[in-house]
Unconditional design. Structure first.
Length: 183
């Protein structure tokens, strides 16, 4: 099964994120927005994993996050991957990524021991849309510029979740497999 490790977005921030998506929608570009229930920060995408590997991953996560206490994330700033001329992903940024990045780096080192590839350069971000075509890209670019400094708010990170991802014609469906509390 396809799996990944994530932090869910607090419900209190979803309305603001949906508002950003609505403004971007006005560009009438070929964009697929992430559904509110699927909004999350990915720490690691594992891809296809078997039950034995999932159990090993769970043990690593449980053990390695013990020293980390709950922390706040400040979500602000709209950006694109890979760049503004070739937009594939629209994302909201994290203004204080230090603790998030430390946890990711600690876990990634352990995941490599199980044969998972090292993350190149991890940038904590919240994917809110994927660009599917070139229609009205200039208008989309203008909307992105308008929203570049948008402020969503703060959220408390208390848990990491190991999730299953099923690809369906209407979009991905995520199921929580395990929850790991910080602290």
């Amino acid at each position: 099964m396809r799996s990944f490790l994530a932090v869910d977005v607090n419900n209190s921030l979803k309305d603001k994120i949906i508002e950003v998506q609505r403004i971007l929608e006005e560009a009438e570009a070929q964009v697929k927005f992430v559904e509110p229930e699927n909004l999350h920060f990915t720490l690691k995408f594992f891809g296809e994993t078997n039950p034995k590997t999932l159990e090993e991953l769970s043990n690593i996560i449980r053990e390695k996050i013990k020293p980390y206490k709950p922390f706040k994330l400040k979500i602000e700033g709209l950006g694109v991957f890979p760049n503004k001329n070739y937009m594939r992903v629209l994302w909201l940024g994290v203004q204080n990524p230090e603790e998030f990045s430390k946890i990711q780096k600690t876990l990634d080192k352990e995941f490599q021991r199980l044969g998972f590839r090292k993350e190149r350069s991890y940038i904590p971000h919240l994917t809110i849309a994927r660009v599917k075509g070139g229609k009205n890209k200039d208008r989309l670019r203008e909307k992105i510029e308008e929203l570049a400094n948008t402020k969503i708010g703060e959220m408390q990170v208390k848990k990491l979740k190991l999730k299953k991802s099923e690809l369906k014609p209407e979009g991905p469906e995520y199921t929580n497999l395990k929850t790991f509390k910080l602290g």
